[in-house]
Design a protein around this ligand. Structure first.
Ligand SMILES: [Zn+2]
Length: 150
């Protein structure tokens, strides 16, 4: 069954904000994102998910891992509102939110992102959310979220 790819036409943040500097450990994560797949690293020895990517398992020390696809559904674990533009190029974007989403299918892994399509004052802890892809350049496709069912 083909999976729906959701794309957001208007970047939530300035496109030039997301200059990635992947290394050998994080490159697979961003490669999967660029292909429109949210994949989370999982230890092949003990099955523990981890994010952000690490060279070894913090639970058992094994270095063999695999990249498991997430459906991108989860809940807001925590969030914050940013009102002061620390960087000049985000001055026109405040206030914006930063959310910590706990994925439903990745062993409790949490991912930092932004929640689209909802006013800052309407975000609630526990709110169900789903993945939205935001392509900001040919090489950068960012996982963002929106309220589930939106
Ligand atoms: Zn492990």
């Amino acid at each position: 069954m083909a999976r729906e790819t959701i794309s957001n036409p208007t970047p939530y943040m300035p496109a030039d904000l997301a200059e990635l500097a992947p290394d050998g450990v994080t490159q697979p994560y961003w490669d999967h994102c660029n292909q429109g797949e949210l994949r989370i690293q999982r230890c092949k020895a003990c099955g523990t998910f981890r994010h952000p990517p690490l060279p070894g398992c913090p639970d058992c020390g094994a270095r063999d891992d695999e990249w498991v696809r997430s459906e991108g559904k989860g809940r807001v674990f925590s969030f914050s509102g940013v009102y002061h533009p620390v960087l000049p190029n985000v001055a026109e974007y405040v206030p914006y939110n930063v959310v910590l989403v706990q994925l439903a299918d990745a062993g409790g892994v949490r991912i930092i992102s932004n929640l689209l399509g909802v006013a800052l004052g309407d975000i609630e802890i526990g709110m169900p959310v789903e993945l939205v892809w935001e392509r900001v350049s040919p090489d950068v496709n960012l996982p963002r979220f929106r309220p589930a069912g939106g």
